[in-house]
Design a protein around this ligand. Structure first.
Ligand code: GLC
Length: 615
């Protein structure tokens, strides 16, 4: 291709990837070399536009390319408005984030999105502008600048599967402009959509049934896998890919360090398939990875792949041809809540065994709760051996976590309950699911104590795993469900708003009052974070294994790294239980500093131990 006079750094990075880039692009886009040339020149434009300051970060991170994989990393996920009103407000509360030990800030979607048809910001109508109530692009750049000065990385969603029906492309398509209709999936009638429907599952079976919507203005059917106002982009069209990659690089140039590739498995559609995780998706992600390595190598790609483990791991790519830098550890998250509800650790042991066997370069993002529901994507083949069947087991989990099961103090709500499929998902905050809400409502101090212990134990388990732990804003003080969404016409049909309430700053203040639930949880999480970052046994490269406890209520995890060995024990039962372990060395309780034995350890109800020994 005809190369322009390029800067040396760009040229070097480009050369490194050129052959593969060209090959993949040509294969995907039928040798459309004009589109490829446009793509390459576009990369250079964004490289040129990148600030000197960000280029310096890039240079540093190219040298220490695993900068994000250390044990000092701690993330927090939040809605800008729920946390502090707007971007300026977030900036004013950065001291608080530092107090929480947070150095990775994931701001939920904040680009322009129509009110009432936004899916929490996941229906973007303008990829270059911030939702006015939240601030401006300048505010975002200023916030990331200040975050960087404090050593905090910023993560932002890149909603790439679809645009809002109000996006300029969609508006033109509605008017009948063929060029813009070709950026989406338009059909003259329902014939082809009906064939798709035979093989494509539904994302929101009750809140947004079907994968297509009739567009009155265009007089055509349009593909809408998520909500009817979220129009799927057609990545078979190279113009879409070129322009969307440009949109992504634009965000990177505002100082965004981590790009969360929203709903990435869905971006390629082929008739007759389930339209999930198709090989072309991996080609697109690989090209985007190369694009960031060329333009902004300090940027990371975080894939949102909420799928079963066999579908998730391929998004890391290979050592030679990496795709995402990080992926969500979604199955461990769901298996954790299964364990809360069943008090039986066998599935979690099995799941962690799978994760522990993966190469250590794979960095997972671990979490207890996020803005979405908990989907019960568990290993049912494994559970079958204990007589647990998928549909009835999902019902049990939902009943338990809704508090409908006798003895359960959890308070959750169902999400997308489709009685035909029996596969409802579940919503609720960590605190409410742990029983804090029920205990406080009843004014039952004993219950509250137990619920707080469980909440802290789950955080300790989160911090024991390799990878990056990400807290959901509010969890650091045990924030409860917000039922206010029931009265909001824009939100009432989407129970995910149950756990998307505003952060209650009065409640945050209570972290300073000795003996409050807020203080207990806040201090415990800070302590866990401090211990995690100051003991190298929590490094990502540590060896990890399951410690057999001979007790199905107690999970045992071992970690070893450079002369430090940790035995972590988590009791998921509401009674004291013994972990029948027999470790020879002399241990210390990492939390208290007291001497401890690691033989037949009695772990209090819903509590945990971190036992460490140094060689
Ligand atoms: C992702 C988001 C979810 C959203 C969906 C559609 O799964 O996490 O909240 O509804 O994408 O963009």
């Amino acid at each position: 291709m005809a190369k322009k006079k390029w800067d040396k750094t760009f040229e070097e990075r480009f050369e490194k990837h050129y052959d593969e880039l060209k090959w993949l692009y040509a294969e995907l886009y039928n040798n459309d070399m004009q589109a490829f040339e446009y793509f390459c020149n576009m990369l250079y434009d964004y490289y040129k536009a990148r600030s000197k300051k960000l280029k310096l970060w890039d240079a540093g991170r190219e040298v220490v390319n695993d900068w994000f994989a250390g044990n000092e990393m701690l993330g927090m996920l939040m809605y800008t408005n729920a946390f502090a009103g707007d971007l300026k407000g977030v900036r004013q509360h950065l001291d608080y984030l530092e107090e929480c030990r947070v150095n990775y800030l994931h701001l939920m979607p904040l680009l322009c999105s129509p009110a009432g048809r936004s899916d929490g910001g996941y229906a973007v109508s303008d990829f270059r502008n911030v939702q006015p109530e939240l601030g401006s692009m300048e505010d975002l750049a200023a916030l990331s600048d200040e975050c960087h000065a404090r050593g905090i990385s910023v993560c932002l969603d890149f909603v790439m599967n679809h645009t809002s029906e109000d996006h300029e492309w969609a508006r033109r398509a509605k008017k009948g402009d063929k060029e813009y209709q070709d950026r989406y999936f338009f059909f003259d009638n329902w014939d082809i959509p009906n064939i798709y429907e035979k093989t494509v599952p539904q994302v929101f079976p009750t809140t947004a049934p079907g994968n297509f919507t009739w567009c009155e203005e265009a007089g055509k059917v349009v593909m809408t896998s998520f909500y009817p106002y979220q129009w799927d982009l057609n990545y078979r069209n190279p113009v879409v890919f070129n322009d969307m990659t440009a949109n992504m690089l634009y965000l990177c140039n505002q100082g965004v360090d981590i790009i969360r590739l929203d709903a990435v498995p869905y971006i390629w559609k082929t008739l007759g398939t389930d339209c999930r995780n198709l090989p072309q998706v991996h080609t697109l992600v690989r090209i985007m990875r190369m694009a960031t390595e060329i333009v902004c190598p300090g940027t990371l790609l975080l894939g949102e792949v909420v799928m079963e483990p066999s579908k998730v791991v391929p998004y890391f790519g290979t050592v030679d041809k990496p795709e995402c830098h990080m992926l969500y550890n979604v199955t461990t998250m769901a298996s954790t809540w299964h364990t809360v509800a069943t008090k039986d650790v066998r599935l979690l042991k099995h799941q962690l065994g799978t994760v522990f066997a993966l190469p250590k370069q794979y960095v997972f993002l671990n979490y207890l709760r996020c803005h979405d529901d908990i989907g019960w994507g568990l290993d049912y083949r494994f559970l079958e051996q204990f007589g647990m069947q998928e549909v009835s087991h999902k019902k049990y989990l939902n009943d338990y976590l809704k508090g409908a099961w006798q003895g359960s103090d959890a308070r959750g709500e169902l999400y997308n309950d489709d009685p035909r499929l029996g596969d409802a998902r579940l919503c609720g905050t960590t605190a409410s699911l742990c029983g804090i809400e029920a205990a406080e409502d009843e004014g039952n101090d004993d219950k509250l104590k137990r619920a707080v212990t469980l909440d802290i134990m789950l955080h300790a388990f989160l911090f024991t795993q390799s990878g990056i732990p990400v807290l959901y804003s509010g969890d650091e003080i045990g924030q409860k469900n917000d039922y206010g969404y029931h009265d909001d016409p824009h939100k009432k049909d989407d129970s995910r708003y149950l756990h998307r309430g505003d952060l209650d700053w009065n409640s945050v203040e209570k972290r300073k009052e000795e003996g409050t639930r807020q203080q207990k949880i806040f201090d415990a999480i800070c302590k866990l974070a401090d211990l995690r970052s100051s003991n190298r046994v929590f490094e990502n490269e540590a060896d990890t294994w399951i410690v057999e406890t001979y007790n199905d209520h107690v999970l045992g995890i071992g970690r070893y790294y450079r002369g430090e060995k940790l035995i972590a024990l988590f009791n998921f039962s509401a009674r004291d239980e013994t972990a029948w372990i027999n470790e020879e060395e002399e241990y210390e309780d990492l939390l208290t500093g007291d001497k401890a034995s690691a033989k037949a350890v009695c772990v209090p109800a819903n509590d945990f131990y971190w036992l460490i020994t140094r060689f």
